[in-house]
Design a protein around this ligand. Structure first.
Ligand code: AMP
Ligand code: MG
Length: 492
């Protein structure tokens, strides 16, 4: 292993607990060196929170680490094994183009995976080249950081380096590597892999590792630790997916290998934010049947969690029927938990502090009017927040004015003032989301012209989405009408 001279100043402090797992769960593999690494974007504040020095990170020998040309002291590079249901079909996968360097221990003792994405071939690469193109890596950077700022659990992006090499897709593209930071990269698919390819012992080792890492509050002598694991993951995913729905985020590829156990959003391939409210919205070019449409996300969440429960069955009870009964009971709780988070989130978006039994129909009726009249999801809630009815584009619709009266009456029935509601709405309705045309504009400037300023400006606006500042107004504007719907690609 090459020791990096800059290690100490940068602040890398690696632990490598993942290697305690059974050897079938990963392959030791070093990143493949690249020709001419160049740092194009660095997340200073994330670096600092990880205990890394953003200035030292810009030194050539630190960039070599972010490019996979050098392995920092204490790291133990590996590719993780996992499986997954992709669009409903089970496949053996694994990190085909990502390498986990290790777990960074932050100054306050937290543990984060540091992963290089696009760092070369691994034993799981199948037909792939192990590489990534610059555009999709910058896209992941922008959207993951926007999600974080929106208060949505997510993997983060520390840096993007270009490799000086080309990648060959439909066209020749500049290559890049993203440094991804995550609570962990353990997925539903990691458990599916262990359940399919491993012994019960190995599955148990993974479950114990996961409990210790993410749910240390589940006691060792808890009556059924593995049922508790299932409960905790259901809880986090119900909360996460509700948060996606509340901002109009469409993940686009909710395969079970892209669902984390930590409850973080992962895999920013074909994701995008919805403009016009329509539950059937799909952006991904490969999602031809709309399996992962906006309105399907909550149901897909349940489906994926059922696959997780299946993988855990041998650990839930000795008797299989008993295990299935336990698992089914937990899965059936998910819908209620999701609904709870979603309903409370929607109440906040409408400035409601207390609960009334009619709230659900009040919310659904608004969404129906928005759907019918093709209202923009984000801007409608923003306009309601600032009482700018004209901005909703709905002000001349009778259904809307009637709804508005009902809403005002509802607001009047709670003890909080109009000001209180306004403030709650300001915190619950973002001024900006990463609009597709703005993201594309930033990527084009960066990739085509090497101009990163457009992206930097966009990131600045996105990192404080609840500021409702004057400069955010321009970023809230909708794109000019376009004949072709926006399409996203997996970026592989
Ligand atoms: P994703 O659709 O990004 O979740 O990726 C699905 C699987 O394909 C994962 O196992 C990836 O590691 C793998 N993969 C995607 N792109 C590449 C590539 N260019 N080279 C090798 N493996 C890849
Ligand atoms: Mg993935």
């Amino acid at each position: 292993m090459t020791e990096n001279k800059g290690t100490l100043e940068v602040g890398w402090s690696f632990d490598t607990r993942y290697t305690d797992l059974p050897s079938m769960m990963f392959s030791n593999v070093e990143p493949e060196p690249v020709e001419a690494p160049k740092l194009v974007i660095l997340n200073d504040s994330l670096a600092q929170s990880l205990g890394l020095d953003p200035v030292a990170l810009q030194h050539q020998n630190s960039i070599a680490v972010l490019a996979g040309n050098e392995v920092p002291k204490g790291a133990a590079p590996l590719a993780q094994a996992y499986a997954g249901h992709q669009f409903g079909h089970f496949t053996m996968l694994g990190d085909g183009r990502a390498i986990l360097l290790g777990e960074q221990i932050t100054p306050n003792g937290e543990r984060f995976d540091i992963q290089l994405k696009g760092s070369g071939r691994t034993p799981y690469s199948r037909q792939g080249d192990g590489r990534a193109a610059l555009g999709p890596m910058l896209r992941e950077y922008i959207i993951s950081e926007a999600m974080h700022a929106l208060g949505i659990p997510t993997t983060r992006s520390l840096a993007v380096v270009t490799t000086g090499e080309s990648v060959f897709r439909e066209t020749v593209l500049p290559g890049a590597i993203l440094t991804r930071v995550a609570a962990s990269h353990i997925r539903v698919g990691t458990f599916q892999f262990a359940a399919n390819a491993g012994s019960e012992e190995e599955l148990k080792a993974l479950a114990d590792y996961t409990l210790a890492r993410h749910f240390p509050e589940v006691e060792a002598d808890c009556e059924n630790r593995y049922l508790a694991l299932l409960q905790e993951v259901i809880k986090r995913q119900a909360e996460l997916i509700a948060k996606w729905q509340l901002v109009g985020f469409i993940h686009g590829v909710m395969n079970t290998d892209n669902m984390t156990i930590s409850g973080e959003t992962i895999d920013y391939g074909p994701c995008a934010f919805m403009d016009v409210y329509d539950p059937e919205t799909v952006f991904s070019s490969i999602d031809t049947r709309g399996r992962y449409a906006y309105g399907n996300q909550p149901r897909i969440g349940a489906w994926n969690l059922a696959r997780f429960a299946e993988a855990l069955l041998p650990l839930l009870a000795d008797d299989q029927d008993e295990a299935i009964k336990l698992a089914e009971a937990e899965i059936s709780n998910y819908a209620e938990q999701f609904e709870h988070h979603w309903l409370n989130g929607m109440r906040a978006k409408l400035g409601l502090f207390n609960e009334e039994s009619e709230d659900l129909s009040l919310i659904k009726d608004l969404l129906e009017v928005m759907h019918k009249h093709k209202a923009d999801f984000t801007n409608t809630f923003r306009a309601l927040t600032f009482d700018e009815q004209e901005e909703t584009g709905l002000h001349d619709k009778l259904e809307f004015t009637e709804w508005h009266e009902r809403w005002q009456a509802r607001l009047g029935r709670q003890e909080q003032t109009k000001d209180d509601s306004h403030n709650l709405m300001k915190m619950s309705n973002p001024a900006v989301i990463p609009r597709n045309h703005r993201v594309e504009e930033a990527l084009e400037a960066a990739v085509e012209q090497g101009d990163y300023q457009v992206m930097e400006r966009l990131l600045k606006v996105l990192t404080n989405p609840f500021a409702h500042s004057p400069e955010q107004k321009a970023y809230a504007k909708l794109p000019a009408p376009c004949a072709n719907p926006y399409r996203t690609y997996c970026g592989t």
